[in-house]
Write a protein that binds this ligand. Sequence first.
Ligand SMILES: *[C@@H]1O[C@H](CO)[C@@H](O)[C@H](O)[C@H]1NC(C)=O
Ligand SMILES: *[C@@H]1O[C@H](CO)[C@@H](O)[C@H](O)[C@H]1NC(C)=O
Ligand SMILES: *[C@@H]1O[C@H](CO)[C@@H](O)[C@H](O)[C@H]1NC(C)=O
Ligand SMILES: *[C@@H]1O[C@H](CO)[C@@H](O)[C@H](O)[C@H]1NC(C)=O
Ligand SMILES: *[C@@H]1O[C@H](CO)[C@@H](O)[C@H](O)[C@H]1NC(C)=O
Ligand SMILES: *[C@@H]1O[C@H](CO)[C@@H](O)[C@H](O)[C@H]1NC(C)=O
Ligand SMILES: *[C@@H]1O[C@H](CO)[C@@H](O)[C@H](O)[C@H]1NC(C)=O
Ligand SMILES: *[C@@H]1O[C@H](CO)[C@@H](O)[C@H](O)[C@H]1NC(C)=O
Length: 381
Amino acid sequence: MFNRKQFLEGRMSSVYKSLHDSYVSNKGRSTSCLTLAIVVGCLTVLGILLAIAVLERPPLPKGHETLPKDSGGGNFSTDQCSMALVESIPEHVKYKPNVTLGIPLEEVWKDLISMATDQMDVASFYWTLTGEDINVNSSSDIPGRGILKELQALPSRNVSVRVVTSIPTIKTNSTDLNGLKQKGVHVRKVNFGRLTKGVLHSKFWIVDRKHVFIGSANMDWRALTQVKELGVVIYNCSSLAKDLQKIFQSYWVMGKPNSSLPQPWPSEYDTDINKHHPLLVEADNVSSRIYLAGSPPSFFPLSRTQDLEAILSAISEAQRYVDVAVMEYFPTTRFEKPRRYWPFIDDAIRMAAFERKVKIRMLISCGRDSDPAMLPFLQSL
Ligand SMILES: *[C@@H]1O[C@H](CO)[C@@H](O)[C@H](O)[C@H]1NC(C)=O
Ligand SMILES: *[C@@H]1O[C@H](CO)[C@@H](O)[C@H](O)[C@H]1NC(C)=O
Ligand SMILES: *[C@@H]1O[C@H](CO)[C@@H](O)[C@H](O)[C@H]1NC(C)=O
Ligand SMILES: *[C@@H]1O[C@H](CO)[C@@H](O)[C@H](O)[C@H]1NC(C)=O
Ligand SMILES: *[C@@H]1O[C@H](CO)[C@@H](O)[C@H](O)[C@H]1NC(C)=O
Ligand SMILES: *[C@@H]1O[C@H](CO)[C@@H](O)[C@H](O)[C@H]1NC(C)=O
Ligand SMILES: *[C@@H]1O[C@H](CO)[C@@H](O)[C@H](O)[C@H]1NC(C)=O
Ligand SMILES: *[C@@H]1O[C@H](CO)[C@@H](O)[C@H](O)[C@H]1NC(C)=O
């Protein structure tokens, strides 16, 4: 991460500055108030990747005895869910034809908007769908502008649109949100800083209570053209969408003025879909066991599996390989001062490689703003 001074100096000059969405520029607030919640938040992409890797594993061959102990504990979905990976490849990064796998993010977002007939709920850390928001004039924001325009048109199609976003955030006076509100979109800013000393770092869409997108992309034009993003879209899956709706609702309610975290959360937020009772989904002839994890723990009832537990169990249950793609890799806290060593995921990776000979591949961002302090950790691995 770069510091605030570098951030302010750089923000005018480069399209690529301030892409670290876990960096928060918020005058008068020291970065030390951002705690572990963000560190875990930074690992969201890791979590998604691991979830897909583990949950979409092919059926074990007959006669194989090592079925996981929690199999059979889940509920079958009666939906005809279909799932696909979603990705965005930055402009100017050229792959050979047909080697990228995911559906382009822009296509999925447009598709979801066009499908909506009734309700759309969107969670994003921040909103900067146009260049103006960050004082950049670049034609590369055209797809972002297009998405914003289509979202703005939803209320006129009688689709009720609700948006939750974070305090603190990157862009405090987003022109996007002002424009959306004028068109009838309901916007709430959840003061995660006050409630948890963290940020709302989730990024997901729920459409008509049955289609879901979850990924690394904020509502940022650069997510469509400048940044490598990854996500998953799940269509026709009301059982999963209803569960994600509970998470959205917890944000929505906490977005009221002067809200305080309920202790415990009322029963309507309870989930019966978790690590021990995953949802069993048959999608495209692949059986998947799915659940939605979350963090920080204070935001959820005990029945919801925490992100850290989900990530650790995905690694520890891996039998053949774990592929990890993250922007940064630090087995330490990043925002809490003094910095603390935080080895839980690092330990799990080492254990899988050493004890079970699981093949581990790690894809880490290496760019102008990358912190070279992470290299010794990577070399050690
Ligand atoms: C899962 O099964 C339990 C008990 O069989 C039931 O109460 C619950 O509603 C089911 N959940 C879903 C999401 O179908
Ligand atoms: C890529 O896929 C398309 C459609 O499946 C096919 O028409 C095309 O020939 C493929 N190109 C290459 C280089 O394999
Ligand atoms: C943005 O750049 C284009 C082309 O370089 C120029 O025509 C346009 O006036 C610029 N817009 C603003 C607001 O500076
Ligand atoms: C939206 O709902 C109103 C009131 O129910 C109705 O008059 C109008 O025709 C609807 N518009 C569209 C585009 O469906
Ligand atoms: C936010 O921006 C709008 C115009 O885009 C302006 O009218 C308003 O005063 C700004 N609010 C703050 C708090 O800067
Ligand atoms: C969802 O289900 C409906 C009705 O079965 C079907 O027409 C539609 O193609 C499905 N959508 C997707 C994206 O699979
Ligand atoms: C929120 O709390 C402040 C300070 O305690 C108070 O002035 C304000 O009226 C409260 N707002 C609401 C909507 O309760
Ligand atoms: C799913 O499996 C069935 C039975 O093996 C097969 O008939 C069908 O074509 C498969 N569907 C897809 C989409 O692969």
